[in-house]
Design a protein around this ligand. Structure first.
Ligand code: SAM
Length: 270
């Protein structure tokens, strides 16, 4: 369970950020999550863990395949996201999903207890990614599968430019897609933990952003739990925003600004 007294400021911001996303689901969310379930080739009766389940997109799809002989546990740090998941589970009349409000950095399940562990589009938010992978390795049964997605370090063009501009103005905002941002990095980290039979599929979900949307993307980057350091330096905000808009405008074509969403679907066995 989330220990309210001990969660740090960063986690509080993550929780507030996701609790505020009351209309989370859209077509892109499903397109990013569904391939993991397809690639995992689930079987009836399996026991599944979906880490950072959000609104339960993966957990629900998995529960429909593993059936009542199987079980899915979905964990998430945001109560708001879990409540959206619970509404969908109720509508789908699924009895084989349990939702747990918990921090992925401190999960505590028995060793060798899951056939498959999923994590879709969420790893960048964890504070200790190698530690989380080690815990997944312990929770998996021998031969069990981990299936997660993560983004290339070039992904989300406006956030790349946002960080570059902040850096130039003396404010460092870490790139959360740095640690797993290249296939060879995913492979190396998994091998260090002990995973074998590693497969990585790369897909592009990018699209064009119109110039008129740059302001709202600025707000998204600024208020994102991870983009927050710039808010601590209000005197630099205006200058950073001017540079951000200018740099993105310079990338514009007649279709708009290309927003890279290079995504890796990573599968590995214990
Ligand atoms: C981009 S959403 C992805 C949700 C879902 N997996 C999907 O594919 O739609 C990221 C999720 O990670 C959750 N999250 C972030 N940090 C977490 C942590 N430390 N422990 C558990 N969940 C976390 C957020 O609450 C949010 O639901």
């Amino acid at each position: 369970m989330v220990d309210k007294a001990n969660i740090d400021n960063y986690k509080q911001r993550v929780i507030a950020d996701f609790n505020s996303r009351t209309n989370y689901d859209n077509d892109l969310r499903y397109r990013l999550a569904n391939p993991l379930v397809e690639l995992a080739q689930l079987q009836s009766g399996q026991k599944i863990l979906d880490v950072a389940t959000g609104t339960g997109i993966v957990a629900i799809a998995a529960a429909q395949i593993v059936g009542n002989q199987g079980k899915v546990i979905g964990v998430d740090i945001s109560r708001g996201m879990l409540s959206q998941a619970q509404q969908k589970i109720t509508v789908a009349c699924l009895q084989n999903i349990e939702l747990i409000e918990a921090d992925a950095d401190y999960l505590n399940f028995n060793d060798n207890s899951f056939d498959v562990i999923f994590c879709s589009s969420a790893i960048p938010w964890f504070s200790d990614i190698p530690g989380v992978l080690q815990s997944w390795y312990r929770f998996l049964k021998k031969g069990g599968l981990v299936a997660f997605s993560c983004f290339a370090k070039t992904a989300y063009t406006t956030s790349v430019v946002y960080r570059t501009v902040a850096q130039r103005n003396g404010i460092s905002i870490s790139n959360v897609n740095e640690i797993l941002g290249k296939p060879e990095k995913c492979r190396q980290l998994l091998q260090e933990v002990g995973f074998v039979d590693i497969e990585i599929k790369q897909e592009q979900f990018g699209d064009y952003i119109s110039l008129s949307d740059l302001e709202s993307w600025w707000d998204i980057n600024l208020n994102n739990a991870m983009g927050n350091p710039l808010l601590q330096v209000p005197e630099k905000l205006e200058q950073c925003k001017v540079e951000y808009i200018a740099e993105l405008e310079a990338l514009a074509t007649d279709k708009g600004i290309w927003n890279d969403i290079t995504t890796f679907f990573v599968l590995a066995h214990k």
